[in-house]
Ligand binder design. Structure first.
Ligand code: FAD
Length: 490
């Protein structure tokens, strides 16, 4: 059967279980789903199918299993930054974005049962009156889905203290790669089913079961083990108070030394962000932030929690800075408007990048905290070698570097090739310094060929075996994470 005939037969099968507006197969539709937020990786899928329920996902996946050459992937909001939610002409993209309901909440036990297409910040908004929120806060939180957060094990600015997505997932309802619906962890199967039948979910809590909990294994598996359709998530108390410090330094090394000192002394900031010289130059040109022009790095340190406790912690941090450091600027505030202004040096970077170049490529790399100064210096050298405009922001407490390359392919057609070469060298550098391949954006297609930099053949074999237990036919988001060894720079 020709490929065209296969797709046509699948569409005909899908039409028997879905309405016409759930099946998108025009060139325009395929174009709209051909990339994620990386924009450097583009592929047109065979078609896009909109799922409205777990049953839909299960039936779609079962149908795809009847076509040996086809595969599928789940797509939330498409804000991923490693090319995870794109597929080729053999791929059916299953959009879960419409499955976005808060099914039930249990504030006494600080939990919520949700459909995984629910947008991250929408959950916090829906439960706000209870004094609780969903704490993982990727900068894309107003768009990205919790399903995408689970698949990528997303982090965020405030995750150093409160944990990343995997720390907040108590249980999952999954559609396995053969279409079977299964439940892992503390999720209450009855509540999920009652919801599907439009009945009221009375109780969502079920005591921890004695079975092996695969939900943590699934978290971070980038959609290669199946599709998460519902999740029981933990909610955290909204902190009573916040205090933000903005500290400017004449050298990146001194800023990195303060990061190490804060961690060494046992302080627990909720955020510890660093903005490098390139990013500072961009943001200070766009906004009047009162940061001394000779600054080479700015740290934003935020404390949250009980007001008396954070005042004591802030005092101790101030004393540490006075004792051991010579910042060019030190500001702190607890006032919401003033804090917003202090944060502008970080949150204004994307708008500022847009004034310099029409595109920016955001890279994700990790080194041990103590290696931040060496890594930042050597990344600058790599950017200079490839004549690239670099601006970096860092989740410094985690050693998570985000070098941004600002570029304009219309003015400089060779630039994308140079970005790939520079990214390749940055990965090698991070591994050499004891780091890992990704802090929070995942491997996807972007870094799949770099996996052997870090993992031995035996490691890869073990991961593959595990994957095949869930997905023996390798049809759930194939071509992601595992090397395909086509990278021309490796
Ligand atoms: C401006 C910007 C800022 C960002 N900041 C951060 C940040 O601070 N921290 C961070 O961690 N990330 C950040 N990201 C990256 C991205 O937002 C996260 O990875 C997010 O979790 C992706 O969610 P999504 O719904 O957009 O997923 P998608 O992009 O749609 O998919 C991402 C991957 O998840 C899989 N997937 C999606 N839904 C499911 C599901 N239900 N079941 C199984 N697999 C699924 C897809 O197949 C794909 O492999 C940022 C992105 C942008 C554009």
């Amino acid at each position: 059967m020709s490929h065209k005939q296969t797709i046509s037969n699948l569409i005909s099968d899908l039409s028997k279980i879905l309405s016409a507006d759930q099946i998108l197969d025009s060139d325009t539709d395929r174009y709209l789903y051909d990339t994620d937020a990386t924009s450097l990786f583009k592929q047109k899928a065979a078609l896009i199918v909109i799922a409205n329920s777990t049953e839909d996902v299960s039936r779609i996946v079962k149908l795809i299993n009847n076509y040996p050459k086809l595969n599928f992937l789940a797509r939330g909001a498409g804000t991923g930054l490693s090319g995870g939610a794109i597929g080729d002409e053999n791929t059916v993209i299953i959009s879960t974005a419409g499955m976005n309901k808060l099914i039930a909440s249990d504030f006494d036990n600080r939990m919520a049962l949700i459909e995984t297409g629910l947008v991250n910040s929408a959950l916090s908004e829906l439960v706000k009156s209870s004094g609780l929120h969903f704490s993982p806060d990727p900068s894309s939180q107003d768009s990205c889905t919790i399903g995408g957060n689970i698949a990528e094990n997303a982090g965020g600015i405030h995750c150093y203290k409160h944990g990343v997505s995997s720390d907040q997932i108590l249980g999952l309802e999954l559609v396995m790669p053969d279409g079977e619906i299964v439940y892992f962890g503390e999720i209450n199967e009855q509540a999920c089913k009652a919801f599907d039948l439009n009945q009221k979910a009375e109780k969502i809590y079920q005591a921890r079961r004695s079975q092996i909990d695969f939900s943590r294994l699934f978290t971070g598996s980038e959609g290669t083990l199946g599709i998460a359709t519902k999740a029981l998530v933990q909610l955290q108390k909204i902190p009573e108070s916040f205090l933000t410090m903005q500290i400017a330094f004449g050298s990146a090394i001194e800023a990195a030394q303060l990061v190490s000192a804060v961690i060494r002394e046992g302080f627990k900031p909720t955020a510890l962000e660093m903005i490098d010289e390139g990013a500072l130059e961009a943001v200070c040109k766009s906004f009047d932030l009162g940061i001394p022009t000779e600054s080479k790095a700015v740290l934003l340190l935020e404390l949250d929690g009980d007001n008396d406790e954070i005042l004591l912690e802030a005092k101790a941090i101030r004393e540490l800075i006075e004792r051991e450091f010579k910042p060019l600027l030190f500001k702190e505030s607890q006032d919401p408007e003033e804090r917003k202004f202090l944060w502008k040096v970080r949150k204004g970077t994307v708008a500022a990048f847009g004034k310099i170049a029409p595109y920016w490529y955001l890279y994700d790399a990790v080194v041990p905290r103590s290696k931040i100064p060496e890594a930042t210096e050597r990344i600058e050298e790599i950017a200079a070698k490839y004549d690239l405009k670099l601006a970096s922001v860092l989740h410094a407490a985690d050693g998570n570097l985000h070098p941004n390359f600002l570029y304009d392919p219309d003015k400089d057609p060779e630039v994308i090739d140079r970005i790939h070469k520079a990214s390749h060298e940055i990965m090698k550098l991070c591994i050499e310094l004891g780091g890992v391949l990704s802090g929070e954006h995942g491997i996807g297609v972007e870094k799949r060929d770099y996996m052997p930099f870090l993992f031995s053949d035996e490691d890869m074999e073990t991961m593959l075996k595990l994957r095949k237990v869930f997905d023996p036919k390798m049809i759930s988001n194939p071509g992601k994470i595992f090397p395909v060894r086509i990278c021309k720079y490796c």
